[in-house]
Ligand binder design. Structure first.
Ligand SMILES: Cc1cc2nc3c(=O)[nH]c(=O)nc-3n(C[C@H](O)[C@H](O)[C@H](O)COP(=O)(O)O)c2cc1C
Length: 323
């Protein structure tokens, strides 16, 4: 990365831990984070992640093949712990020598010994200090601190408050997720003590993302308050762009409809939006930072821009120092 005439990089603990050039992780997003997207991110020097979502083993095996075909660089698989195929995906990452696993939607404790024995680095997504502390005791290598600004399933705390509290509480690297899409957000995350960032929404709008054109356009057209939360009553809240579906769920939640019914209505809706482009009736999962994502770019450009902009922000902040 060139800044002026000096070749400058950002090198943090996670660059060595994951053996990657840039401390940028692409979120393991169900349906969106395919082998194509993960391969492009890993090839560009970040950590690409395949989102296993609720997909069965053979589907994810094919996505892993796609990454290995394009690059020898390290990549990760995100295992959604609520998936009926979670155990099969654990078998798969061991069989395929996947170097890094990130986990979402729950507690991966029961699989950690197996990952460790097979030299797989484990990085759970956490949204509270208590869970992070428990997981660190079981031997996880880093954590992804995901704030409530993020797209997809979320916790309560903001990235701004969660990251520094985690940094103080645990002794493994913390990766900040939720609300980061440019150099200002990245520099802020580093200031809070994070060793890198995970971005989801920004990478949905990459050329290499298979998300439907209408999905990407919905993010580009979104304004600051358009990414709303549905499903709080179910205990599994989701951040997605306001549309017919979110209004319907809101109404039913206000009427006190059973959580099973709400979950049933949300089922299959991410696929409908990502693959079929039904952005009115599908779930357009995206974060609060959508209001700032205004273009579709190649992955390489997204990564190079954010690294060079982060360095510029850090350099500019240094200018405030007097004495
Ligand atoms: C469309 C979409 C699907 C997602 N699916 C998952 C998932 O399956 N597993 C997971 O751990 N996180 C998932 N996430 C969260 C991302 O991995 C990432 O942590 C989050 O998007 C970061 O916040 P940002 O959207 O503000 O960049 C998803 C996010 C989006 C936008």
């Amino acid at each position: 990365m060139f800044i002026g005439v000096v070749k400058m990089y950002l090198n943090t603990e996670i660059c060595d831990l994951f053996d990657i050039k840039y401390p940028v992780v692409q979120g393991g997003m169900a349906w969106v984070a395919t082998g194509e997207l993960a391969a492009a991110v890993s090839k560009a020097g970040g950590l690409g992640t395949i989102g296993a979502g609720n997909a069965p083993k053979d589907v994810i095996k094919e996505e892993i093949r796609k990454v290995k075909e394009v690059t020898d660089n390290n990549f990760a698989v995100n295992i959604m712990l609520l998936s009926p195929f979670a155990k099969d995906i654990v078998d798969l990452v061991v069989e395929e020598n996947v170097p890094i696993v990130t986990t979402g939607a729950g507690n991966p404790s029961k699989f950690i010994d197996r990952f460790k024995k097979n030299n797989i680095k484990v990085v759970p997504v956490v949204s509270s200090v208590a869970l992070a502390k428990r997981l660190v005791r079981t031997g996880v290598d880093a954590v992804i601190a995901e704030g409530t600004e993020a797209g997809g399933h979320i916790g309560d705390l903001t990235t701004m408050t969660l990251v520094p509290q985690l940094v103080d509480a645990i002794d493994v690297p913390v990766i900040a997720a939720g609300g980061v899409a440019d150099g200002r957000g990245f520099a802020a995350a580093l200031s809070l003590g994070a060793s890198g960032v995970q971005m989801g929404t920004r990478f949905v709008c990459a050329n290499e993302s298979i998300a439907h054109k209408k999905y990407k356009e919905a993010i580009i057209n979104a304004r600051d308050r358009d990414a709303v939360v549905t499903g709080r009553s179910t205990g599994h809240p989701v951040r997605n762009l306001k549309n017919q579906l979110t209004r319907k769920i809101d109404k039913l939640e206000q009427e006190g409809v059973d959580k099973e019914k709400i979950e049933e209505i949300g089922s299959g809706k991410l696929r409908e939006a990502v693959i079929e482009g039904n952005i009115d009736k599908g779930s357009v999962m995206a974060g609060q930072i959508s209001g700032m994502v205004t273009d579709i770019l190649p992955v390489k450009e997204i990564i190079n821009n954010i690294i060079s902009d982060t360095i510029k922000v850090i350099q500019k902040n240094n200018e405030y120092i007097r004495g």
